[in-house]
Design a protein around this ligand. Sequence first.
Ligand code: ADP
Length: 261
Amino acid sequence: IRASFLPFKIDNDKTAGIVCVFEDVTEQFNLEAARQKFVAEVSHELKTPLTTIRTYTETLLNGYLDDKKTAVSLLNTVQTETDKMTALVQNLLILSRFDMQRMDIRKSLFSIDDMLRRLENMFRLEAEKKGLELTYNRTTEIPAIYADQDQIERAVKNIISNSIKYCAKGDKIQIFAGSLYNNVYIKVEDSGKGIPKADLDHVFERFYRVDKARSRDKGGTGLGLSIAKEIIESHGGTIQIESEFGRFTRVTINLPMAKEN
Ligand code: ADP
């Protein structure tokens, strides 16, 4: 609580009283704390790959340039770390556009079914390489929705790639879609490692990861689910996650049916 005191005078000099103002500044305080935490996290996320790049280039310049095998391996890591930073910066730009309310939403009528068939084909190979089975099934007819196709696709891609990241050989990833009442739903369910109960409420927070090292290793930025949430909510939809540690994870998106407005 912030208190301010303002004396007020009459006849120019005599103090007639004091006005006390008590303000509840919890919200500003929380916003400032959140901002500071965010800056610290971004700096840390950038520092890790930068340190690797610096060390590896130094090693190269200190005599490994002629050892072709080592040089290629070091340069490959430099490239991977650079890609990670690019992914992080791209995700940060998306979030900052949402924060500043400058994200253009380009809506059109499109078929969720066609989009999911395309994504199934796009991800199948990557899943198969890891020994995972990926399927898509339409449970009911799905009417067209009026939304920003690129953005909805980005949200769903983030969710499917999480399932791929956090599943191991032999696991299954099932995508379902259908319509219910005035909504179109998309479910992505996997039989992977799951999320402990205590972490489940936090996974939509920026930079929250259950296992930091593992996520980073797999190219995760810790921003995928928070971006998906911004996108779905800005379309008037909802996104939920259910999981049981060691058993399954299910993410459900609900979007309102086409309403051209
Ligand atoms: P990341 O880039 O780290 O994957 P996300 O925001 O997409 O970040 O997800 C946040 C965290 O939630 C992940 O780091 C991971 O710990 C957990 N998570 C998300 N999806 C799954 C899943 N399908 N299975 C297990 N854990 C998951």
